[in-house]
Design a binder for this molecule. Structure first.
Ligand code: ADP
Ligand code: MG
Length: 384
């Protein structure tokens, strides 16, 4: 849905033109999975798919919310009555952002919000962060809060952790707020220091495909929390603040110290090797050896499948089929248990790979996957 449609939708709902319209993208993570709650490295880039919000300020403490993508009318709330854990519907994401801003002392006195998103929901492409960041940026602009991208990301993460109740790391929100066109974002999630790494595949005759398996994951419960708790246990057993602090060169010694904690040992091995893979991908991209990142992506997938154990048959089928049909590299991306995989391929091989993956899914009796090309796109911004 375009900006004009969202603007028109707002006017129809609320009877006046919005003060402005903003967009925030979904993301794919090139490499660095589940490292963000271990103070580690990640490397996302923004998708062309965005959440778009038309917003006006209010001064009477009322918050009105509407999504073009959800059944039902306008939801009306009072900003001073927003409370964590009280809302189980989609409105918890934008309300949580308002709550987090007010908790941090920012004078957000109400708003009318209408939004629509082209980021597929529950596909591991971070529709939730896009929703949070677009609302945060709009309110930052309208109430002249002067917050930086990383500050908005922190507030959005707090909204999702505390208000929505999903124990997610900081990657998705930072990606949506801070990514840049034609670049991947090398982010240190410990201090949020970041570096834009040129990532223009088309110029080098390559493409990056996203294959949405259509298998819905659910972040807020179960397995994600277990992995997170297991990583924290590993850090505690090793006497470090976070698994980020285990140097790659000392991995074997660290694993030996974990004794018969087989489960924890696998989680630790994934996190420590994954951080090293991010650093390797950064070095390869910076030295212009883009094709050489392919095998690193494949290593990352094996680690997520065998050590972290968060892949699923559909994701493995994408990776195996793509590689068997000439892909340079492929891996699952996002939280796991469904969602999407990415495939790095020569331009000339894209059609063959797409067809092969689609046919493999049909043969396996899986739902037809959605395949699209991901071009590194702008981070959150105000629309004209
Ligand atoms: P992901 O972020 O990987 O897409 P999540 O489970 O974290 O998956 O977030 C998906 C949730 O975000 C949806 O269940 C819904 O509550 C909310 N959401 C996403 N897009 C929209 C939208 N366009 N309108 C309303 N809510 C949305
Ligand atoms: Mg999400």
């Amino acid at each position: 849905m375009g900006a004009q449609q969202v603007r028109d939708g707002f006017e129809e709902l609320y009877g006046a033109a919005p003060e402005g319209v903003w967009a925030a993208p979904g993301r794919v993570n090139l490499i660095g999975e589940h490292t963000d709650y271990n103070d580690g490295f990640v490397m996302p880039f923004a998708l062309p798919h965005t959440a778009v919000a038309a917003v006006s300020r209010r001064t009477d403490g009322v918050l009105r919310l509407h999504s073009a993508d959800v059944e039902g009318g306008v939801v009306e709330l009072r900003v001073d009555e927003l409370a964590p854990g009280s809302d189980r519907s989609w409105t918890a994401y934008p309300s949580g952002v308002v709550w987090a801003l007010r908790e941090a002392g920012h004078p957000v006195t109400g708003a009318d919000i209408h939004l629509a998103s082209t980021v597929p929901s529950g596909a591991g492409l971070s529709s939730s962060a896009a929703l949070e960041v677009v609302v945060a940026l709009a309110l930052d602009d309208l109430f002249s809060l002067g917050l930086r991208g990383w500050q908005l990301a922190r507030l959005c993460q707090r909204a999702e952790n505390v208000y929505v109740g999903a124990p997610v790391g900081i990657m998705d929100q930072t990606a949506s707020a801070c990514c840049g066109t034609g670049h991947a974002l090398f982010l240190d999630t410990r201090d949020l220091s970041q570096k834009q790494i040129p990532f223009d595949l088309a110029a080098e005759g390559m493409r990056l495909l996203v294959v949405d398996t259509q298998v819905k994951h659910s972040h807020s419960e179960g397995e994600y929390g277990k992995r997170r708790a297991g990583c924290e246990k590993g850090a505690a057993l090793l006497g470090v603040d976070a698994l980020r602090d285990v140097p790659y060169a000392e991995l074997d010694a660290a694993l030996a110290r974990l004794g018969d904690e087989e489960e924890v040992r696998r989680l630790v091995r994934h996190i420590v090797t994954e951080n090293e893979r991010v650093e390797r991908v950064v070095a390869l991209l910076e030295s212009g050896e883009t094709r050489a990142i392919g095998p690193v992506l494949v290593e990352g997938h094996a680690s997520l499948r065998d050590d972290f154990r968060i892949s699923c048959p559909e994701l493995d089928l994408v990776v195996d089929t793509a590689l068997a049909n000439g892909a340079l590299g492929a891996r699952m991306t996002g939280g796991g248990f469904g969602g999407s995989a990415i495939v790095l391929a020569e331009e000339a091989d894209v059609d063959t790979i797409t067809k092969a993956v689609t046919e493999a899914f049909a043969s396996a009796g899986f739902t037809t996957p959605r395949v699209f090309e991901a071009v590194p796109s702008p981070g959150a911004h105000r629309l004209p």
